[in-house]
Design a protein around this ligand. Structure first.
Ligand SMILES: Cc1cc2nc3c(=O)[nH]c(=O)nc-3n(C[C@H](O)[C@H](O)[C@H](O)COP(=O)(O)O)c2cc1C
Length: 227
C-alpha cells in the first residue's frame, strides 16, 4: 500500500496479527506501544534468595498516594519475581544505565528458582532500609514499593501489580525546583520491543499548559539566554 509519504506500507488485519508466529507477534506488538522505561525489579523470597528481572511495562497510576503499576506476564510458568512480590508484598524498581543494558537484558533469561540474577549477570545488590528487597547498586534512581493491589486481567491472564512508592533514592542535582526529575541526566535508557535499548535526547521542555497562555519551550529559551 502507498501512503502520502511515497513509501510502501504493510497493512496487518486483526486476523493477520492472529496468525503471526508467537514470538514474532510478541516482538511486533510490543514494539508498537513506543519507547518505554527500562526497569530492573529487585525482589527476594523469605529465605533471602534474591531475584532481579527487567520489565518495561511500568506506568504511572497516581501521585497521591504515589502509585506505580506494572504488568506481569501470565503466571502459567514459574515466575520468581511475581511469586516473591506476592509472598513478601514488596519490590524495588531500579533504572538502567547505558553500561548496564547487556546485564539488564540477560536478567530476562529463565534462570532456575534460587539462582540469583545479580550473580549471574554481574550486578550488585544493595539493601533497601525501607523494604526487604534489594536495590541495584549500579542504578542511579532506586525506588522501594509496597504492594497495594494485584489485579488479574481476565482478558489475557496478565497481572497488574500496583505498588506504593515508600522510598526514593536519586542524585540531589537531578531534581529541579518544580519537582521534575531529569531522568536523562540520571542516565536512564529507554526500551523498545523486547530486544532494543536506546539513549534519549530531550527536544523541548514546556511549562504547565494553560488555555490562555501560548506554549513556550523553556529549554530553548534558556539556551538562547546563554548566548
Ligand atoms: C526488554 C524486556 C522487557 C520486559 N518487560 C516485561 C514486563 O513488563 N513484564 C513481564 O512480566 N515480563 C517482562 N519481560 C520478561 C521478563 O524479564 C522475564 O519473563 C523474566 O524471566 C522474569 O523473571 P522471573 O522468572 O525471575 O520472574 C521483559 C523482558 C525484556 C527483555
Amino acid at each position: 500500500m502507498m501512503n502520502n509519504d511515497n513509501k510502501t506500507h504493510s497493512v496487518f488485519s486483526a486476523s493477520d496479527i492472529d496468525q503471526l508466529p508467537q514470538r514474532y507477534r510478541a516482538e511486533f506488538i510490543n514494539s508498537l506501544s513506543g519507547f518505554k522505561s527500562g526497569n530492573l525489579v529487585g525482589t527476594q523470597d523469605h529465605q533471602g534468595h534474591q531475584n532481579l528481572c527487567i520489565v518495561s511495562s511500568v506506568v504511572h497510576i497516581g501521585a497521591h498516594p504515589p502509585l506505580l503499576g506494572m504488568i506481569m506476564r501470565p503466571h502459567t510458568v514459574q515466575r520468581d519475581t511475581l511469586e516473591n512480590i506476592k509472598s513478601t508484598g514488596v519490590f524495588t524498581l531500579n533504572n538502567i544505565l547505558p553500561n548496564m543494558t547487556q546485564a539488564a537484558h540477560q536478567t530476562s533469561a529463565r534462570y532456575a528458582p534460587g539462582i540469583s540474577e545479580f550473580v549471574e549477570v554481574g550486578l550488585t545488590p544493595q539493601p533497601s532500609t525501607a523494604v526487604s528487597a534489594p536495590y541495584v547498586a549500579e542504578s542511579t534512581i532506586k525506588l522501594s514499593l509496597q504492594v497495594q493491589d494485584i489485579q488479574l486481567l481476565s482478558i489475557n491472564q496478565t497481572e497488574l501489580v500496583i505498588g506504593q512508592i515508600v522510598e526514593v533514592i536519586l542524585p540531589d542535582q537531578s531534581i529541579d525546583k518544580s519537582g521534575y526529575v531529569d531522568i536523562e541526566g540520571c542516565g536512564s535508557i529507554a526500551v523498545s520491543g523486547l530486544v532494543s535499548y536506546h539513549a534519549t535526547q530531550r527536544l523541548a521542555r514546556y511549562p504547565y499548559a494553560k488555555v490562555d497562555a501560548p506554549v513556550k519551550n523553556v529549554l530553548q529559551r534558556s539556551h538562547a539566554n546563554d548566548t
